[in-house]
Design a protein around this ligand. Structure first.
Ligand code: F6P
Length: 547
């Protein structure tokens, strides 16, 4: 497989960047009154303005040629058709089936997966309604007031992010908690104030072998049984979400209380499956379906819209533009909505576990950059922390600004101020401030000229920092579903362009294996020197001596 960097389309883009990097967005806007209108698209309730990018129509055209040459349209069709595009694990990639509200058949190995998907959804609906209506009671007959999801990575981040984002849809008498870290502090601090009689644990693990989740689940079970004084209490207080029925049974959870999913659902794409059970418990089953509906609408848009109007494609192309041609190494996701507090952390896994790859599908090492470091936190907090570097630092950091038109909490003028900040940041990042403008401003404020000249270089901003702005009307289950699906498909498109497998995660394996070896040594209090380098050996000795 030829590397994408050897193609004429890539070479054309490299040359094009030389030209575009001499331009400023200020000039591009000044020369073209229609720029914003031309570079704005709406789909599935999302309004995307991508005009504040160092890009022209020609840039987008060349990027689309690159994507077409990489087989984007064919790969997209293969994903939707259930072909095994996750080639290193021999699996289909079908999170789109989990939210296929049209219910059209999707075949894997000749079998339609939709009946299984619908069956699990039906079981979830029944259980969620029972728990929320108080019909599912704990061992002592009391209704459930607290749900603790025990899972990590994709079995934690999605439900945690969505439950946070949709807090206005939650009921106060059913509280959600998330335990992921193997650090005993996480579980201890979570259960400290909980009543075992009214607590339900969801053990969420695709494999049901993950060390963190299994350890936390065992300790949670001990906590419950110790306090309720009866092993049989487990049946009323533990449910499992997994693809591994055997391991679930071995843990002691009856498969009647297990919600299944399938190997064609990647961990970081699993919130749409039964992994979303805590979401459905938190916001109700109908709202969970709305989340699926929103994602489905975005799936249809991604599948059917021409590349030039296709939101995930546009965002993917611009990302490739900066990563591969402008040398950007990171992407900041900056939601101007407190409820989207965990959105960037969610897509840290979504993007970095998907596209943090160094070989193409046929094992050839790439000679170009792939997935960026993804980071961010809600504005306006971030403005008072790291925006300085985005404005005046030496790195080019493309940013996505995400905001709702309406707030769930219309408190005084808070929302107008929030949006003013959001828009002001994107304007400042684009326009910057010339040294002359800085100087004039200081002179106009009465500063002596010598002092103003001394300060002007510090108060000058280059600008020309790229941003996308995404508005949703309000953060609802539906718009959130569409927003998440937008980013998922964007990541997919970038993976196709780079020729990598976005759906495996071998990079996390080695550390897991070594941890098992080291744990044995810690348990036995004996370091197997021949297994380790000098540093690890010395650190192990230090820990064993001082523990
Ligand atoms: O971090 C590696 C990983 O395999 C993720 O892809 C996954 O989301 C997480 O571990 C949890 O895995 P599981 O759901 O099998 O416990």
């Amino acid at each position: 497989m030829a590397l994408i960097s050897t193609t004429p389309a890539w070479q054309a883009l490299a040359g094009h960047w030389q030209q575009m990097s001499q331009q400023t967005m200020r000039d591009l806007f000044a020369q073209d009154a229609e720029r914003a209108a031309r570079m704005t698209r709406d789909a599935a309730g999302i309004h995307l303005d991508y005009s504040k990018n160092i890009a022209s129509d020609e840039t987008l055209h060349l990027l689309r040629e690159l994507a077409r040459g990489a087989g984007l349209e064919e790969q997209r069709a293969r994903m939707f058709a259930g072909e095994p595009i996750n080639s290193t694990e021999g699996r289909a990639v079908l999170h789109i089936a989990l939210r296929n509200r049209a219910n059209t058949p999707i075949l894997v190995d000749g079998e339609d997966v939709m009946p299984q998907v619908n069956q699990v959804l039906e079981r979830m609906r029944f259980f969620v309604n029972q728990a929320r209506d108080g019909d599912w009671t704990g061992f002592t007959g009391k209704r459930i007031t607290d749900v603790v999801n025990i899972g990590i990575g994709g079995s934690n981040l999605g439900p945690k992010m969505v439950c946070g984002a949709l807090m206005p849809y939650q009921r106060e008498d059913l509280r959600l908690h998330f335990v992921s870290n193997i650090d005993g502090t996480h579980l201890s601090e979570t259960v400290k104030h909980l009543n075992p009689e009214t607590t339900l644990f969801i053990v969420a693990s695709k494999t049901f072998t993950t060390m963190e989740t299994m350890t936390n689940a065992q300790s949670a079970r001990r906590w419950l049984v110790d306090l309720l004084g009866d092993e049989s209490a487990v049946a009323r207080h533990f449910v499992a979400v997994s693809t591994n029925a055997e391991k679930v049974e071995a843990f002691g959870i009856d498969t009647e209380q297990m919600f299944g999913f399938w190997d064609w659902v990647g961990g970081r794409y699993s919130l749409w499956s039964a992994i979303g059970l805590p979401i459905a418990l938190a916001i109700g089953f109908d709202n969970f379906v709305e989340l699926l509906e929103g994602a489905h609408e975005m799936d249809n848009h991604f599948r059917d819209a021409p590349l030039e109007d296709n939101l995930p494609v546009i965002m993917a192309l611009l990302g490739v533009w900066y990563i591969n041609f402008a040398g950007a190494k990171t992407l900041a996701i900056l939601p101007y909505d407190q409820y989207l507090e965990h959105f960037a952390a969610y897509f840290q896994q979504g993007d970095m576990e998907s596209n943090g790859k160094h070989v193409t599908l046929d094992g050839t090492r790439v000679d170009h950059a792939t997935g960026p470091v993804v980071w961010g936190q809600p504005g306006t907090d971030g403005q008072h922390a790291f925006y300085q570097l985005i404005h005046q630092g030496t790195e080019l950091i493309p940013c996505d600004f995400i905001a709702p038109v309406h707030s769930h909490n219309p408190l005084g003028d808070h929302h107008a101020k929030l949006i003013a900040n959001c828009l002001a940041q994107t304007e400042a990042l684009m326009r910057g401030r010339t040294a002359e403008e800085a100087l004039e401003g200081m002179l106009a404020a009465g500063m002596p000229r010598a002092e103003a000249e001394r300060l002007a270089p510090h108060r000058q901003f280059d600008g020309n920092r790229p941003t996308n702005t995404l508005f949703v009307e309000e953060v609802t289950p539906r718009t959130l579903g569409a927003l998440i699906a937008l980013y998922e498909h964007k990541i997919f498109c970038q993976g196709v362009i780079w020729g990598v497998n976005s759906f495996d995660q071998w990079g996390v394996e080695l550390g897991k294996q070594l941890a098992t070896v080291i744990l044995k040594e810690l348990e036995e209090g004996r370091v197997m020197a021949e297994h380790h380098d000098g540093s690890t050996r010395a650190l192990l000795d230090f820990y064993l001596k001082n523990r």
